[in-house]
Design a binder for this molecule. Structure first.
Ligand code: GLA
Length: 706
């Protein structure tokens, strides 16, 4: 096969892949190239030199780097047949090109391995999806250690923005410069995790929301993963993203295959806002499938922080009525409804209604919810088993563990081994019966612990457990296609594009502190659009941080997501209820814009402030939130430059809400007191004059084209 160049492109991005006898190599990925060029001539006269005192031939950084070719990167594929065939060398046999996608079929007959590399560049979202598959074509088993997606990065992509966190503190961001060696994020927690969200941004140093070339990556997988980026000693750079496999976890018998999770990647010429716009568009068009596409996202009331395990149906009826009064549209009973569940030490697995708490079952509550015009949702944690449960007493072997070792508990619970067909069928049967008996249109699907020593059939079984979990969600959706599912894992511990293909919302965090939420929701916004990001107004005294915030700050913050309320409305004062109702009504009035428009973040000069907004695609309307996170260093706030506005439009700028007192202002900028018309280009380039707010407060500003 002669060398040829394959060009995948969209209106803004080009990807050029060189394919010859060897594994294909990306020779360009970035801003759209002009169409009318002779790429073949250009690249054949203009390829890398072979440096002195190294391998005598050119070493391509291919889509699956091979040690056998003398490339000293981390290989794309690692494994062996009991030590043999550990360093394969593939030959490209076939290229299948289709509009927007290409598939390379490669083989090493000596190693008995076939490798397929798939790339698809989405025309609308500009997201590049990559995935690799290896097949064992020989008779002996092949022990796979690693198969990962590899993409090259330009030499100036030197700055990394990565995500980290913990329970109640998800989606935090940080940055480092990488000029030598590698940077790796390894997640061994068996779920997507709070700690190591599988996403990263890599770009020109100093890239911001609105400037700098930057590449965005997200691995769609809800288990162990490894993201690795390296600045090679020869000056080249690359990223690898794939599943992290435990020793012996994947053994391919003759004819068996393993596929990597999909890596979702994109390029922006101008900063992170373009990256998230592309990710959001992809989620909206390709990932999320709502049972009813046109339905608005109903405002939630979730009982957890309101009553915890203390379930009294008579009192819950009061909560239902109070919820309806403030405008709630979906009422969800959280943890505590099933047999013997009075605290977090018992009963996971016993998915029967607790007849002591609910002597007449759930029906009276559901009837009342329906009478009040709301939908009903219920919490499950299907993958778990409490040591104190009937399920555990009857089936101790259903716990996911390693024989002979003591399994650690997390939140007093074990994991149910869904790879045991009887365990899988049991939990599917229990959920199916609940969903068939009652009019339940929403599941809050929780998962409150990590996998430790996950072994099944004497082999490491993280991969198997994650796939069994996907099968369980799929089976529930097959039986109950109209039910919406929230993915929750102690808050935002399990959200990624693979689980979002099966679910419809994620619970961003168990932290309802509005200040923390500002940062958590901003971090999540790089990958996820607002309509799937669960954001609730919590109690005045936040249960997880002990901080207090006024209702306006809590309300404004929760507007920017799929809104809900996480408290007991039945014991709220009339004044509080009126305030909840006010923010719920405001959310409903802005919901269509928030949930279908384009999200953006503002670059702010002072580190203790942040701004974000949503603009309609035709740029006729935008809603902007400006937040003072901490005490301002300065008496004067900097103007807020609002990207994304139309240069040629004039906007009526109106302050809708403020959660701050005026203590720091003697005289505000005139627009604050009276709605004013201003040019889009000026708002973008000069900015809207802010004033210093009290720490932990926010402004809500509406801009309407006139
Ligand atoms: C997890 C969830 C919470 C709540 C509790 C119930 O922590 O994140 O929202 O559902 O479990 O036990």
């Amino acid at each position: 096969m002669t060398q040829s160049l394959i060009h995948l492109s969209t209106a803004s991005v080009s990807l050029l892949i060189r394919a010859g006898k060897r594994l294909p190599e990306v020779v360009y990925w970035g801003k759209k190239l002009p169409e009318n060029q002779d790429y073949d001539r250009f690249f054949s006269a203009n390829h890398r030199s072979v440096p002195q005192a190294r391998i005598d031939t050119d070493t391509a950084l291919s889509l699956c780097p091979e040690h056998a070719r003398g490339l000293f990167t981390a290989p794309g594929l690692e494994g062996s047949r009991s030590g043999n065939c550990w360093s394969p060398e593939f030959t490209l046999e076939d290229v299948l090109e289709q509009p927007g996608s290409v598939s390379f079929s490669c083989r090493d007959p000596d190693a008995g391995l076939k490798l397929i590399i798939n790339l698809t560049l989405n025309q609308t979202s500009h997201i590049l999806e990559t995935q690799l598959q290896v097949t064992n074509e020989a008779a002996s088993p092949y022990q796979l250690q690693k198969l990962t997606n590899t993409l090259p990065l330009p030499a100036d992509a030197r700055e990394l923005m990565y995500f980290h966190g913990r329970w109640t503190h998800e989606f935090q961001t940080d940055r480092i410069l990488l000029d030598r060696g590698g940077y790796a994020i390894e997640n061994r927690r068996g779920r997507t995790s709070h700690e190591h969200f599988p996403g990263i941004m890599i770009g020109q140093p100093g890239f911001s929301e609105t400037s700098g070339e930057v590449y965005g990556f997200h691995l769609g997988w809800s288990g162990n993963h490894r993201l690795h980026t390296e600045a090679m000693s020869d000056g080249r750079r690359y990223i690898q993203a794939g599943e992290l496999l435990m020793p012996g976890e994947i053994i391919l018998e003759a004819g068996e295959s393993y596929s990597t999770p999909t890596l979702f990647s994109c390029y922006s010429e101008k900063g992170l806002n373009v990256i998230s716009k592309q990710f959001h568009r992809h989620v909206r068009n390709q990932i999320i499938q709502f049972p009813q596409a046109k339905k608005v996202r109903p405002v939630h009331l979730n009982t957890w922080e309101g009553i915890y395990f203390d379930h009294d149906p008579d009192y819950i009826l009061k909560m239902v009525r109070a919820s309806a009064e403030i405008g709630i549209e979906r009422f969800i009973i959280d943890d505590g409804w099933f047999s013997g569940r009075n605290d977090d030490t018992t009963a996971l697995g016993d998915w029967y209604i607790d007849s002591r708490k609910y002597p007449r079952g759930l029906q009276p509550v559901i009837d009342c919810v329906k009478e009040q015009g709301m939908e009903f949702g219920l919490w499950f944690e299907p993958e778990m088993i409490s040591p104190k449960s009937a399920l555990y007493r009857n089936h101790p072997q259903w716990m996911l563990h390693t024989e002979g070792y003591e399994q650690v508990k997390v939140r007093n619970q074990y994991v149910l081994n869904l790879q045991i067909p009887e365990a899988f069928d049991y939990v599917l049967g229990r959920m199916d019966e609940m969903l068939s008996t009652y009019d339940i249109s929403y599941i809050k699907w929780d998962m409150n612990r990590e996998l430790v020593q996950a072994t099944h059939n004497h082999k490491a079984a993280f991969h198997g457990q994650v796939n069994a979990y996907y099968r369980l969600v799929d089976a529930i959706r097959d039986k109950h296609p109209m039910v919406e599912i929230e993915t929750c894992s102690g808050g935002g511990g399990r959200v990624d594009y693979e689980i979002l293909k099966r679910t419809h919302r994620f619970w961003a965090s168990d932290c309802n502190d509005a200040l923390e939420r500002q940062l958590i929701q901003r971090g999540a916004s790089y990958f996820f659009p607002l309509e799937i990001t669960g954001a609730h107004i919590g109690a005045r005294l936040c249960h997880t941080t002990g901080r207090q915030h006024n209702l306006a700050f809590r309300g404004i913050t929760a507007l920017f997501g799929h809104m809900g309320v996480e408290l007991d409305p039945a014991c709220a004062s009339e004044e509080e209820k009126a305030a909840f109702a006010n923010y719920i009504a405001l959310h409903k009035s802005l919901r269509e814009l928030l949930h279908t428009g384009e999200y953006f973040r503002c670059d702010t000069v002072h580190k203790e402030t942040q701004g974000c907004g949503v603009i309609r695609q035709d740029k006729s309307e935008a809603i902007v939130m400006y937040c003072q996170l901490g005490m301002s260093e300065f008496a004067l706030a900097a103007p807020l430059k609002i990207p994304e506005l139309d240069d040629h439009k004039t906007y009526r700028v109106e302050l809708l809400e403020s959660s701050s007192s005026d203590i720091y202002i003697k005289q505000p900028s005139p627009w604050v007191e009276e709605a004013t018309e201003m040019g889009g280009a000026l708002l973008k380039q000069v900015g809207l004059m802010m004033h210093t707010l009290q720490p932990e407060s926010a402004l809500l500003i509406k801009m309407t084209a006139v």
